[in-house]
Every structure is written in structure tokens, then in C-alpha cells.
Write a protein that binds this ligand. Structure first.
Ligand SMILES: [Zn+2]
Length: 509
């Protein structure tokens, strides 16, 4: 099956950011076969799409996401990460979900992304209390059915909660200390069996549209032995390796307290696991030496500006990373920390937040740089076995059509700036993944959306009965986590990634 889009404006995202003002795009199977003003109408079975007044551009890539909380958007007021996680990922059976509910919640996120023009997602999926083959299959089947391109890893710790955090051992009463010292719900042997299932069953499935990644969640959340096994798996299969590092100031302090004064970046470097396969997620509280290590290793950094604001984590040093040539991709993080799952908003925030960290306006992000992170950075992070992120022959036909006869683009002054600063997803008219149209004129073609929403509400109603146990467990721990958080917040760490007087205010008490 061939498709030709005729007479569209095309943002190619080639090395020169070429914009073609009027061109045809020919798609043959899952790849782009030809692009240009003179591409002729092909022979045979062809679908023709009128691109007049519309823009064709590569689909957006959500390079960091956690699908298991897709059903929890808007559930919490803003909280710091360490306290937020008590509610978001408690290791309680009460928080476990059926495979069908996991399928439905995964589909909710996939639909929302596809409708907004996201064609690919990297899902760092955590399962509470632990993953099973059935639930892995449910999530991957949802991605298969939705039509989105997806890479999934299992974001699971294998150390007790108390070992991941500073100070708590001295603060907790004995009963809570015992609770938090319990072994992780699944050991590394069990987790590696789950990875074996994920890779055997799903890596390369759906014609390569689905793939596996590995994740250690964060270096402080795993044993060095499990970390090594994951690094091995990542190298053997050439899989992206997801790792949250220095998201919060507390994690900087953790390096002082538990890793001999080393930053977590240096700790991972010393273990030998900094590599070009790593997706370093957040990298907010990194210093210049960390940036040099990241650049030397060739790792990618995943920037999640809305999540970082929602959880008060701080502002990533964007320009310093760019100056050292570190590739940056963009992500929403999860739907409970960036509740809209909207990559247009992420791009806009990435284009704005850094302006208040540096008075030198020549160092502020430009719209073209934000698009570079959004598209090229995302494609780089995914390590795909196919070519992604460009409207050019030989690249995957992962593309969107944006209506330019809409208010965000009227009048059309500068395409790239209006994509970054004006568009919110409302002008997306078509989303194509691997040559297949999955959204057209606001409708997802791969699923009965209304039925799915109704089922999601039914699952949520059943799940609500378990929420009180989760809330009670979190409430019991909250005072101690607050004390820990404030102690770390008041520590001098030789840098400040909060804006304005935040660091000063906390040191004044
Ligand atoms: Zn994350």
C-alpha cells in the first residue's frame, strides 16, 4: 500500500532544517520513499491525501514516560519527588492492577499521545508491587493495538526502600524502619526473568515498531550486581538504558551521605556503566564535572521540564549540556507529574524555563534547538534499528500533518517558533506511524475510544476502594520524609538549581 500526501509544506528536520514550501511525500509500506515538489503520482493501489494548507513534519517523540500511572492524572497537588513517590508507586499489593486494567490505562496514554501528534514513546514502566509476564504482555499489547511506536523497560528496584534515601535510618520509629527495611518485592533473579520474557516476546515485534529497553530506575535503587546484569543486557541487545539521575537536591545529598561524597553520575562512571546507551533522566543537580563525564560517555539526557516544575525539582542546566555536545531529548515523565501528557507543552516549557536561569539572552534556547531536542534528540535516545525523525527517503513514515489554517499559525510569521510557542496539539489533523494512519481528524482509528474511556472509569471506580490503604501508608511515613527532605534541602551542595530565593528561604528556616 502506498500513500501520497500532495502539496504540503514540509519541515524535513534534515541537517539544515530545510522547509519545503510545497512538496509531495510518497510513503511506500512503512517508509518514506520520496519527498519533493516533483514526486509523481505512483502506480497501483494508492491513497491520496491533500496536504494543501498543511504541514508535514516528523512525529513528536516522548522520550521519557511511565505508563503505569496514566490513570492517576490530577490525583495529587504538587509535592517533592520523595514524598510524591509515597503515593505514586507504593510497594503495596493494594496498588496492584489486573492485566486488563493495565491494558486500558496504557491505551489511555497512547491515545492521548497519538491524538496530539506523538508517534513514539519510551515507557519506563514500573509495576507495583512487581512485574509479571501477564502485565508486561498487557502493556505491550496495548501499544501493539494502539499503533504507536513504543519502547518499554521495567523500572524496578532490588534494594529495600531505606537504602535508597539518606537520613531515614536515624529518623524512623522501629516499626516503620522495619517496614522500609523489607527486601524489594522482587529480587534480581525474578526481574531478569521478566526481562527475558519482555525481550523474547516483544523486542522487534509489530515489524520493529515495539522494542525493549532496560532500566535500573536509579543507581541508588539497585545493587551493583543487578546494575551490571542490566548493563550487560543493554549491551548484548543494543537497548537504551533508562536511569534517573540527580533529579532532586536530595539525590545530590545522597551522594555525599552514601556514595563517599561522589555525585551519582560519578558513582555510575566509577562502576563503568556510563555509556552511549544511557538515557540519563532529569540531570538537574549535576555539576560541571558530571557534565564532562556525561559528554565523554556519549550518553543522552532526557529533559522533563514540566515534571521538574510539578515536583519542584529544579531547572536542568540546558545550555551547559548543549555547549558540551550532550544530546538532549524531551519527555513528559508520567501523567501524575505532567498531567496533560502533551509534548507541545513540554517543548514550550523547554523553550522558556531556561530564560530565568541566565541573564545572557544569547544563551537562551532557540525554537530550532527545542525542535532538535524534540525530534532528533528523541530519535537518538531510542536507538532504533530503523531511521527515525526526518521526512526523507529511507526514514520511517512516522509523521504528522498540522493544519496551518488555524489560529496558532495565523498569520504564519515563523513556522518553527509557532510550532514551539503557539501550537498545543489542537492543529494536528493526522498521525501516521510506520506508514499507517492511526489518527485522522481527531479520531483514533485503532480503538473504540468511547468504550475505552468508559472501561477506564469502571476500573478507576474499582481501584478507588484500595486507595485508602495507599493513602494511610503514605500518611504514616510523610512526617519523616518531610524531615528528610527539609534536611537535604537546607544542605549546601555547591550549586543551586532552584530559581530565585528558594534555596535561601529554606536555609533561613
Ligand atoms: Zn521518570
Amino acid at each position: 500500500m502506498k500513500t501520497i500526501i500532495r502539496n504540503a509544506r514540509v519541515l524535513t528536520m534534515d541537517d539544515g532544517d530545510t522547509i519545503l514550501n510545497r512538496a509531495n511525500v510518497l510513503i511506500d509500506g512503512d517508509v518514506i520513499a520520496a519527498v519533493g515538489p516533483d514526486v509523481a503520482f505512483p502506480e497501483g493501489d494508492v491513497r491520496e491525501i491533500d496536504g494543501g494548507g498543511r504541514l508535514v513534519m516528523p512525529g513528536l517523540i516522548n522520550a521519557h514516560f511511565h505508563s503505569p500511572v496514566n490513570h492517576l492524572k490530577g490525583s495529587l497537588d504538587s509535592l517533592p519527588l520523595e514524598i510524591f513517590m509515597l503515593y505514586e508507586s507504593p510497594a503495596l499489593d493494594a496498588a496492584a492492577m489486573s492485566a486488563r486494567a493495565a491494558y486500558v490505562r496504557t491505551m489511555l496514554g497512547a491515545m492521548e499521545m497519538l491524538k496530539n501528534g506523538v508517534t513514539a514513546v519510551q515507557d519506563d514502566a514500573f509495576f507495583v508491587p512487581a512485574p509479571t509476564p501477564e502485565i508486561i504482555d498487557a502493556v505491550m499489547q496495548a501499544y501493539a493495538d494502539s499503533g504507536i511506536r513504543a519502547t518499554m523497560a521495567l523500572d524496578q528496584p532490588d534494594v529495600p526502600e531505606i537504602e535508597k534515601l539518606p537520613f531515614l535510618g536515624d529518623m524512623l520509629p522501629p516499626n516503620l524502619k522495619a517496614d522500609l527495611s523489607a527486601p524489594a518485592p522482587m529480587d534480581s533473579v525474578g526481574l531478569l526473568e521478566c526481562y527475558d520474557h519482555l525481550i523474547r516476546s516483544w523486542h522487534g515485534a509489530e515489524g520493529g515498531r515495539l522494542s525493549a529497553a532496560v532500566s535500573c530506575s536509579a543507581p541508588q535503587r539497585v545493587t551493583p550486581d543487578y546494575f551490571a546484569a542490566l548493563d550487560d543486557l543493554s549491551r548484548t541487545h543494543d537497548l537504551p538504558f533508562y536511569i534517573h539521575m540527580l533529579e532532586t537536591k536530595l539525590q545530590r545529598v545522597l551522594g555525599d551521605e552514601k556514595f563517599g561524597g561522589r555525585s551519582l553520575i560519578r558513582y555510575v562512571h566509577d562502576l563503568g556503566f556510563l555509556s552511549e546507551r544511557l538515557n540519563i533522566i532529569h540531570a538537574v543537580w549535576i555539576d560541571d564535572a558530571d557534565i564532562d563525564l556525561i559528554a565523554a560517555a556519549g550518553s543522552v539526557v532526557a529533559h522533563n521540564p514540566i515534571s521538574n516544575l510539578r515536583l519542584g525539582s529544579g531547572v536542568m542546566p540546558f545550555r551547559k549540556l548543549r555547549d558540551k555536545g550532550v544530546p538532549i531529548c524531551l519527555g513528559t515523565d508520567e501523567a501524575i507529574a505532567d498531567d496533560a501528557i502533551n509534548m507541545w507543552l513540554v517543548a514550550k516549557f523547554a523553550g522558556l524555563i531556561h530564560n530565568i536561569t541566565d541573564p545572557d539572552y544569547e544563551r537562551w534556547p532557540k525554537a530550532a534547538e527545542v525542535l532538535d531536542c524534540l525530534i532528533r534528540g528523541g530519535a537518538r535516545a531510542m536507538r532504533p534499528s530503523v531511521k527515525l525523525g526526518r521526512i526523507a527517503p529511507g526514514y520511517q513514515a512516522d509523521l504528522i500533518m498540522v493544519d496551518l489554517d488555524t489560529l496558532p499559525f495565523t498569520p504564519l510569521n515563523d513556522l518553527k517558533r509557532q510550532l514551539v510557542y503557539c501550537e498545543t496539539g489542537s492543529s494536528v489533523r493526522l498521525t501516521m506511524v510506520a506508514g499507517r494512519v492511526v489518527v485522522e481528524d481527531g479520531k483514533v482509528s485503532t480503538v473504540d475510544e468511547a468504550a475505552l474511556r468508559a472501561e477506564a472509569r469502571a476500573h478507576a471506580a474499582r481501584f478507588a476502594g484500595n486507595q485508602s490503604e495507599v493513602d494511610q501508608a503514605a500518611a504514616d511515613l510523610q512526617p519523616y520524609y518531610r524531615e528528610m527532605y527539609l534536611k537535604a534541602a537546607g544542605r549546601q551542595v555547591g550549586m543551586n538549581r532552584w530559581v530565585g530565593d528558594a534555596a535561601h528561604a529554606i536555609q533561613q528556616g
